[in-house]
Design a protein around this ligand. Structure first.
Ligand SMILES: Cc1cc2nc3c(=O)[nH]c(=O)nc-3n(C[C@H](O)[C@H](O)[C@H](O)COP(=O)(O)OP(=O)(O)OC[C@H]3O[C@@H](n4cnc5c(N)ncnc54)[C@H](O)[C@@H]3O)c2cc1C
Length: 427
């Protein structure tokens, strides 16, 4: 029997496993597919490659202002996507996540299909292996929501974008949150005509109004059409090689003809395959319910990262992974409340710890997760390597128990956890 079984090999799972191992536990990590999770394979890393190309195109628009002479570059979309895939492979080659974990003594089961609870202490893997654990940390992340309406199968999600054969001339992006805004901005820079449809009254509705306003203005300047307050999508039909999308706006039926529709309308947790009922773990609206100590409704089972539906960023997933590892082994002691510390003006020193940031805005950062540690009451969290994402403040009061001192005694700051948990850190 393992002391801890971590399910999910993304930023939350990797850090949870390493932290638990550092504390001396016998740890197994189960990943159904490739190690690295959404960030490396399908999220930050490929998106960052597109965003970098978009930035280069936009920079070229300013050539003349700087006395530079040259044509605006054309985008070879197939070549760009091929580079994007290469970058993902290079991240895998550089990181060797599995071997790093194994060197640290974590037993890794990768590419084994979905883990599924049989009872409160056992999981069956897709390859029929059965593992037993004293404690569990569920770090299974989420997936792009697909809405169900007539013709919805004609719509793409962000994951389908990586395998497009060419740049669509027109793209309707349904959903103006972080991923929708990032993709809209990239497609537009590459020369596609982009129309964003959003149910909420503003883009990036979860962010400060000033941020929404800034993004809307930037989109307007770049010729990206935005329709807010839509009443929903009615249907998508194929018509002479194009798509006709019908939506509701103020009680009216409206239509758009387009080459591609990309849906970015939410990120529910991967709860289905886990068979949570067998372990009496509760989920609500697609996410695992946790308390502030990241403990689920079953006390020996913890959850961290996107699956908790709380923050959905790499950095918070990594931080939660560490916290869940510690709370699982040291006794429930530290809480995670995801409060941005705010207050001070955003200086270089405190940018990571206050204010607002998200995938879209932070989207121009590296996505490098870093572990934030409170230095003590009233003191700022340690300096982050990335300045683009909010830190979450935690309250530290670790108890002693059998795991403390059993494993490696390196501080987290210098540990492998901090060094290699950064699954998106190459670009
Ligand atoms: C397009 C896009 C762009 C993004 N950009 C950014 C960004 O710029 N900055 C940022 O901070 N965040 C960004 N994110 C969010 C970031 O990727 C996630 O917050 C982060 O990956 C969450 O980590 P996680 O470990 O919780 O989950 P994941 O990284 O999703 O890892 C979960 C892992 O669990 C595995 N799994 C699922 N179910 C099972 C099962 N039953 N058994 C075994 N394994 C299972 C999955 O295969 C997966 O590998 C972006 C996301 C997307 C989609």
């Amino acid at each position: 029997m393992f002391d801890v079984i971590v399910i999910g090999g993304g930023p939350a799972g990797v850090t949870a496993a390493l932290r638990a191992r550092e504390l001396g536990a016998m740890v197994a990590l189960v990943e159904r597919g490739k190690m690295g999770g959404t960030c490396t394979n399908d999220g930050c890393v490929p998106t960052r490659a597109l965003a970098r190309a978009a930035r280069l195109v936009r920079d070229a628009e300013q050539f003349v202002d700087f006395g530079l002479v040259g044509e605006k570059p054309m985008v070879d979309f197939a070549a760009l996507l091929s580079r994007t895939r290469n970058i993902v492979s290079r991240v895998h080659e550089k990181k060797h996540l599995q071997s790093h974990l194994e060197q640290e003594g974590v037993t890794v089961f990768a590419n084994v299909g979905d883990a599924r609870f049989i009872d409160e202490h056992s999981v069956a893997l897709g390859d029929r292996t059965i593992l037993q654990g004293e404690k569990f940390i569920l770090c299974v992340g989420g997936h792009a929501r697909r809405l169900s309406f007539p013709g919805s199968e004609h719509a793409l999600t962000h994951s389908d974008v990586w395998s497009l054969q060419r740049l669509p001339r027109q793209v309707v992006v349904v959903g103006g949150a972080a991923t929708g805004c990032q993709l809209s901005s990239c497609f537009s820079a590459f020369g596609a005509y982009v129309h964003v449809l959003e149910v909420a009254p503003r883009l990036l509705a979860g962010e400060d109004e000033a941020v929404s306003h800034g993004i809307s203005e930037a989109f307007r300047r770049r010729g990206i059409a935005v329709t807010m307050n839509i009443g929903g999508i009615e249907r998508i039909e194929q018509q002479n090689g194009s798509l006709r999308l019908t939506y509701l706006y103020e009680g009216e039926v409206r239509q758009l003809t387009t080459e591609a529709v990309v849906m970015t309308v939410g990120w529910p947790g991967n709860v289905e395959a886990l068979n949570l009922a067998a372990a009496s773990v509760q989920s609500e609206r697609g996410y695992i319910v946790v308390d502030d100590f990241l403990r689920t409704t079953t006390p020996h089972i913890f959850a961290a990262g996107d699956i908790t539906g709380r923050m959905m960023l790499v950095q918070s997933a990594s931080g939660e992974g560490v916290l869940a590892g510690e709370n699982a082994l040291l006794g429930v002691a530290r809480s995670s409340q995801h409060r941005a510390s705010g207050g001070d003006p955003p200086t270089r020193r405190n940018l990571h710890g206050g204010g607002h940031a998200d995938r879209a805005i932070g989207g121009f950062g590296t996505g490098v997760p870093h572990i934030h540690r409170n230095r003590g009451p009233g003191r700022p969290a340690a300096q982050s390597r990335t300045r683009r994402y909010p830190a979450f403040a935690t309250e530290s009061n670790p108890e002693s128990n059998r795991y403390r001192g059993m494993g490696a005694r390196r501080s987290v700051k210098n540990s492998l956890t901090a060094k290699i948990a950064s699954t998106g850190g190459l670009i």
